[in-house]
Design a protein around this ligand. Structure first.
Ligand code: HEC
Ligand code: HEC
Length: 205
């Protein structure tokens, strides 16, 4: 995956170098962009449209910037290859780490570039029932709309949680050259809203 990141860098550099050719630059933007809710209008069947919108949102949910904090086990992951967190830390009782090694002893209020440290005032691990690691987009969908596994939220609450929550928002400004999640947080919020309005249907698991 390291080489994948390098490849993306090369593509970006190539796109910049070729910026006199608009087609080239546009295709690089497109690969990182999220499709708008309107672009699904041609799908007549509402359930299918809803599921297709969620599948697009799935590009965000399955991105390492999100899944590194939504792991299946007790340890967060790091990087684009989702390696286990070094130094070894575990979620502890409240997701903020063990007494002796709290997340915020290293992760400060904001990103700290010289140490390549991600930061946010509420930096901690998503609870076990919110694990996305290793799940298909259909499985994540079922889980994310289930109040027993999503922190007691109605699907409507997910619009703001994904579209506005600042901890979620870190994934779009992760610092230190880490690739951000696709699109923008606002665009991801718009996809959640469109998914909810079309009945919050899930893609096949
Ligand atoms: C002893 C210091 C330390 C502690 C304690 C610590 N971290 Fe980290 N963490 C780091 C460092 C350093 C990095 C950056 C590694 C890199 O990208 O090179 C990091 C990166 C991460 C990332 C990776 C982000 C990404 O997508 O690459 C996550 C997620 C993370 N930490 C979660 C946690 C959580 C949750 C806790 C508490 C349970 C925690 N960390 C406790 C030092 C620490
Ligand atoms: C620093 C760790 C961290 C990162 C990065 C992170 N999350 Fe979370 N996430 C959490 C924690 C902690 C919770 C539980 C908080 C709560 O329920 O209020 C959570 C809960 C959620 C929930 C609600 C519960 C559920 O699973 O249905 C959603 C939705 C969510 N995160 C989306 C995202 C998305 C999308 C991204 C990436 C764009 C992301 N998160 C990145 C830590 C993180």
């Amino acid at each position: 995956m390291r080489s994948d990141a390098r490849f993306k860098m090369i593509v970006v550099i190539a796109a910049l170098a070729g910026s006199l050719s608009p087609g080239y630059a546009a295709s690089e933007t497109a690969s990182h962009a999220l499709a708008s809710p309107e672009s699904f209008a041609a799908i007549d069947d509402t359930d299918k449209r809803s599921a297709a919108i969620f599948t697009e949102l799935g590009r965000v949910l399955t991105h390492p910037r999100c899944t590194n904090c939504h792991p299946a086990g007790d340890r967060p992951h790091q990087g684009d290859n989702a390696r286990l967190h070094q130094p070894p830390v575990t979620r502890g009782a409240d997701g903020h780490g063990l007494e002796a090694m709290r997340c915020n002893s290293c992760h400060q209020q904001a990103n700290f570039e010289p140490g390549r440290m991600p930061g946010h005032p509420d930096w901690h691990l998503a609870p076990r029932e919110m694990a996305w690691e290793g799940k298909t987009i259909g499985e994540i969908c079922e889980q994310i709309r289930d109040p027993a596994r999503n922190g007691g939220r109605k699907v409507e609450d997910l619009i703001d949680h994904i579209g506005k929550d600042t901890l979620v928002g870190w994934a779009w400004k992760p610092g230190f050259g880490r690739p951000p999640a696709p699109g923008t947080q606002q665009q991801a919020g718009a996809l959640v809203e469109a998914w909810v309005k079309t009945g919050a249907a899930c893609p096949a698991p």
